[in-house]
Write a protein of this length. Structure first.
Lengths: 275, 165
């Protein structure tokens, strides 16, 4: 086993050094007057957790996607979301340090990693849509369509948020999300108007996932975009009853617990580790 | 005599991008500002994409290069706003990309609501190898976050295109 203490202070062991783990290095993170820091932190945590959890899900496709291009696309999308998650979790930690789990004395784990790796499922604030298992490719595409359509609409709104950090994350993120949404929408269309089998699968996916849409409380623009995709795909907007999911309150499915067990295991075994 | 600030700027401007080493960070538009405050060189860089994994390497390369030029105190900061756009890639950078077989980006879209695009973006571009315009998009996602993957129907070579963002 690596003796973490021996490696402290010796950057030569690490390709990237050990101290650029703050994605907001040098950014003014003062919370503007008129905003409640705890509330801002909670909000950033929600959006950060959405991105972190879906990023982890999408990365499960790595080396298993239907073809090489899709594999690379899903990994790229996962990376974008992970970047958004890091910024948002770091923003949450800076706004309200009391939200960050306390780690053993001397732990070099940065705040955003403490939030990602040292909270249990009950403290995650992501929507349940983000944690649902990948299912088949049709389900992955359908979930990504719903998620990125909603998130892009949300980020368009946040571009004028009074917190300059959150606004900057949103302005940057929406450019990325536009590519994610287009990727998902094109595949949804392709599957829906492809073979009988691909259409059957995408309709099943939509039926299964649609109850989770309600929790997103999506703005009208997002609904409008989905209508366009459904119309082009000759798919009716589902009428299934919304599920009473409460991911925002920390009420999650077992799927999240399993995802976190996998994602957090190494960090938790080495709380003083340097990565 | 050349000022300290000018020397610091010139040194920082020589650092290349770790993933596109034919481009300097200045050519890429990632290097936003170099200032000298009380003897400390303060460098602002901006990520191309939120998840750009090269930021740490860029930071390390900037610090190392500036130290080699005699600047002991160097601080590298992240500038999140304004968000990076491919429009910031310099003319020299675009030429260097093309020389290296990578198709440079066209103009990025202006701000405003992002419209859904159910058909792939139609870009007017040429194969960087044989200059044919008979090219086809393979994927909007390529070897790094900032590139799409194309194929030339004339010479059959695949090539990267830096995406408009």
């Amino acid at each position: 086993m690596i003796n973490d203490a021996e490696l402290l202070g010796n950057d030569a062991h690490w390709a990237f050094g050990t101290d650029f783990e703050d994605p907001l290095a040098g950014v003014d993170t003062t919370v503007p007057a008129g905003l409640d820091p705890a509330e801002l932190a909670r909000y950033c945590l929600m959006l950060g957790d959405d991105a972190l959890v879906l990023s982890q899900r999408l990365s499960e496709w790595c080396s298993r996607a239907p073809d090489l291009e899709v594999d690379i696309a899903l990994a790229n999308i996962a990376l974008d979301l992970l970047g958004q998650a890091r910024l948002l979790l770091a923003r949450a930690a800076a706004a309200d340090p009391s939200a960050v789990p306390v780690l053993p004395e001397g732990s070099p784990v940065p705040a955003e990693d403490a939030l990602a790796f040292f909270r249990d499922a009950g403290h995650f604030r992501n929507v349940v849509l983000a944690e649902a298992p990948n299912g088949d490719f049709a389900e992955t595409v359908t979930r990504l369509l719903m998620f990125s359509t909603w998130r892009l609409a949300e980020f368009e709104r946040l571009a004028t948020h009074p917190d300059a950090v959150l606004a900057a994350v949103a302005v940057k993120g929406r450019k990325e999300l536009a590519y994610h949404r287009d990727f998902a929408a094109r595949w949804f269309l392709t599957l829906a108007r492809g073979t009988q089998e691909s259409r059957r699968r995408v309709l099943n996916a939509l039926d299964a996932l649609w109850p989770l849409w309600a929790e997103l409380d999506a703005p009208a623009e997002a609904e409008g975009v989905l209508e366009q995709v459904f119309a082009a795909s000759q798919v009716d907007r589902p009428e299934s009853v919304p599920a009473a999911t409460r991911g925002r309150d920390g009420v999650h499915t077992d799927a999240l617990t399993e995802l976190l067990a996998d994602m957090q295991s190494v960090a938790r075994q080495h709380p003083r580790g340097l990565w | 005599m050349v000022s300290t600030l000018t020397r610091a700027r010139e040194a920082a401007a020589t650092v290349v991008d770790p993933e596109l080493p034919m481009l300097t960070l200045a050519d890429l538009g990632v290097l936003r500002d170099v200032a000298v405050t009380d003897g400390t060189v303060v460098v602002d860089i901006t990520p191309t994409y939120s998840g750009c994994p090269a930021m740490a390497t860029m930071r390390d390369d900037l610090v190392r290069t500036l130290r080699e030029q005699g600047f002991a105190d160097v601080q590298v900061r992240v500038a999140l706003s304004p968000a990076w756009t491919s429009d910031w890639i310099s003319e020299r950078g675009r030429a260097a990309l093309a020389d290296a077989g990578i198709s440079p980006p066209g103009p990025a879209r202006r701000d405003g609501p992002v419209l859904l695009a159910l058909a792939p973006a139609r870009r007017v571009l040429r194969c960087p190898r044989c200059a044919s315009d008979a090219v086809e998009l393979i994927s909007e996602f390529g070897s790094t976050a900032c590139k799409a993957l194309y194929r030339c129907r004339a010479c059959l070579e695949p090539f990267d295109h830096v995406k408009e963002i």
